[in-house]
Write a protein that binds this ligand. Structure first.
Ligand SMILES: Nc1ncnc2c1ncn2[C@@H]1O[C@H](COP(=O)(O)OP(=O)(O)O)[C@@H](O)[C@H]1O
Ligand SMILES: [Mg+2]
Length: 237
């Protein structure tokens, strides 16, 4: 149930908890250890924008920790045809992965070999937004942009990202492994904060989601179990 001041995530139970979705133009940090479903949640969010009934909302996926071709393959297992959306100018995948490995990227809007820095990645996001009038953005994961920076340099990088996000007024998901709050992303750039986690119960491991913070939103503080199936993420509210 998309509404004007909210961006639906494509996960109905989560949208209900968020009064329709993520507040438009804001940035939400999605934090969780590997395998919890951050990339899947991000893909849900971009696909939901594109399939938005009245008004398709083009999106940008900044792919930092995996080959975009793998991302396209994994999404197809959930029934999402990212290549089609790219062909229709509804999606741009910014390849910020291949160049770092010294492999020449094949997609447009990629970060070239030897050019991996915050400014280049931010420039690609701006170019991508101009090209398809994107309104949604995913950076997966933001921690990959900050990994090798420390102290003042790291703070400056976080502020550069925060300033760009504020200027572009995209609705943004920043994915991160557990230490993102510690590096200041939460403090400077995030309007909301969703935590994905595992809970070990005897021999069983359950997935759990919690909305830690979402400004402008009276939300539940409950810990919500969820599953990942062939259709994506499903909350067990
Ligand atoms: N097609 C699928 N069907 C069911 N579960 C899947 C499928 N694809 C991935 N998963 C589950 O999702 C997990 C990976 O999710 P992902 O979004 O990549 O996590 P993260 O980005 O947090 O590392 C896998 O470990 C697996 O448990
Ligand atoms: Mg991932």
């Amino acid at each position: 149930m998309p509404c004007d001041d909210r961006c639906n995530t494509g996960i109905p139970e989560l949208d209900k908890m968020l009064l329709g979705g993520i507040p438009r133009g804001r940035t939400v940090l999605v934090e969780g250890p590997p395998g919890t479903g951050k990339t899947t949640l991000a893909a849900h969010f971009l696909v939901a924008g594109i399939l938005h009934n009245k008004n398709p909302e083009p999106g940008i996926f900044v792919c930092l920790d995996e080959n975009p071709l793998d991302l396209i393959d994994e999404a197809s297992a959930f029934g999402w045809n990212l290549q089609k959306y790219m062909d229709l100018n509804q999606l741009i995948i910014v390849d910020a992965f291949s160049g770092r490995l010294g492999i020449r990227p094949t997609l447009p809007f990629a970060v070239p070999v030897g050019k991996f820095d915050i400014k280049t990645v931010m420039d690609r996001i701006e170019e991508a937004q101009r090209s398809i009038h994107a309104t949604r953005l995913v950076i997966d994961p933001i921690s990959a942009l900050l990994d090798e920076l420390e102290g003042k340099e790291r703070r400056e990088a976080v502020l550069t990202v925060a300033a760009l996000l504020s200027r572009l007024s995209l609705t943004t998901l920043l994915n991160s492994e557990m230490d993102a709050a510690g590096v200041g992303v939460e403090r400077y750039a995030a309007h909301g904060f969703i935590r994905l986690a595992y809970n070990e119960l005897g021999e069983k491991v359950r997935r759990q989601l919690r909305i830690v913070k979402m400004r402008e939103t009276m939300h539940s503080m409950d810990i919500i179990p969820y599953v990942i199936t062939g259709k994506g993420i499903e909350l067990k509210v």
